[in-house]
Design a protein around this ligand. Structure first.
Ligand SMILES: *Cc1c(COP(=O)(O)O)cnc(C)c1O
Length: 362
């Protein structure tokens, strides 16, 4: 069988163009060639993230930097905002790092709300908070702007934000938001192969990190800063990812950021319309649906149509596309379709036609 095109919420389909950029001859990571590449990348990443801060490159998946943020920034106690599999896991990871951690748990399908975060932070017990902007397991996008606005009220709290499945698809103005860490793995909305994470830290985050012992080496934010000043990474990076990211940023900026955000909005709407047309409801609380993936309700919540998801997935796969059968405790009672990366109205129409056909064949 030929390649099955990925429409799961990561990794997503990688274009031929990106693969070509990925497969260039190696260079030394301490040589001028690499430094030039790194320096060329910076303004493009800063433009994408609306920041003047240096943007760091970590050779790891997102969890590397998610764990690093805990190890670098939590001194006393961290508040983990939990609304799905990834954000729930971050609480476990915080404890595994030996930190005092408290959950702010909402039911899966609900967003994290600023009022709830405010109430917790008002206790004065926390010096850091973790938030996942786009909870990929439930397809919920939390109101980041409102949550980030709390930073002004609690300037000493580190706001650590996972934008793994939203970065580059949705506007995330880092400086304006005023948050402290924002990170994303490259295999989601960037549509690069997995293996690299892009992240940015505020000045305050760097100052906090400097006061925290036991930051280790590989993920020490101060090492990233020191090396970035020389246009380098602390250790040997995945150089193919840096090539591919350089090329991808050219592609993104040529399309135009606003145009890219709008494209994701339109392609996402197509999936929502598909679901409604076939009698399905969505899993997220109305008004908090993600713009990069759609989590379709299949019995997890009352209402809407229910189908045999594994069979449906198989039928869609036979038609050339891989969709996701639900994650964690909502596996099978939801299913997910990604519109991240290079997908256009034309390519999404192909997928949705295959899904129509598969539904008929059920
Ligand atoms: C995929 C994902 C992660 C984990 O990324 P890895 O690349 O597996 O480390 C974390 N958070 C969110 C929101 C994700 O979508």
């Amino acid at each position: 069988m030929g390649h099955v095109k990925l429409h799961i919420p990561g990794p997503v389909e990688v274009s031929e163009r990106t693969f070509r950029a990925f497969c260039r001859p190696m260079i030394g990571h301490r040589g001028q060639g690499f430094k030039d590449l790194y320096a060329r990348l910076q303004p493009k990443l800063q433009q994408l993230l609306y920041t003047k801060r240096p943007v760091f490159l970590s050779t790891s998946s997102a969890w590397g930097v998610m764990e690093a943020a805990i190890r670098n920034l939590v001194r006393r106690r961290v508040l983990n905002c939990m609304c799905g599999a990834f954000s729930d896991k971050w609480h476990d990871v915080s404890k595994r790092c030996g930190k005092e951690a408290e959950p702010l748990q909402v039911p899966w399908g609900s967003p994290i709300r600023a009022e709830a975060v405010d109430k917790k932070l008002a206790t004065g017990q926390f010096d850091a908070v973790t938030i996942i902007h786009n909870e990929t397991s439930t397809g919920v996008m939390s109101p980041l702007e409102e949550i980030a606005a709390l930073k002004r009220k609690y300037p000493d709290v580190m706001f650590i934000v996972d934008t793994v499945s939203s970065m580059s698809a949705v506007k995330l103005p880092f400086d304006e938001l005023g948050i402290d860490v924002m990170l994303a793995g490259t295999q989601k909305a960037f549509a690069l192969p997995p293996g690299m994470t892009v992240f940015v830290c505020s000045e305050a985050a760097m100052q906090r990190a400097a006061t925290i012992p036991d930051r280790g080496y590989y993920f020490d934010f101060l090492e990233f800063q020191k090396n970035a000043e020389q246009n380098m990474t602390p250790s040997t990076p995945s150089i193919p990812h840096v090539y591919a990211l350089d090329d991808k940023l050219d592609e993104i900026l040529a399309e135009g950021l606003e145009a890219r955000f709008e494209r994701h909005r339109r392609t996402n709407q197509m999936v929502r319309d598909w679901a409604a047309r076939h009698g399905f409801t969505l899993f997220p609380e109305p008004g908090f649906e993600s713009r990069t993936l759609t989590c379709i309700n299949n019995g997890a919540k009352p209402g809407g149509r229910v189908i045999d998801v594994p069979r449906f997935q198989q039928l869609v796969k036979e038609r050339g596309f891989l969709i996701d059968g639900g994650y964690g405790k909502i596996k099978g009672t939801t299913f997910r379709v990604s519109n991240m990366g290079n997908e256009t109205e034309e390519t999404m129409a192909e997928l949705l036609a295959a899904m129509d056909d598969a539904l008929k064949a059920l």
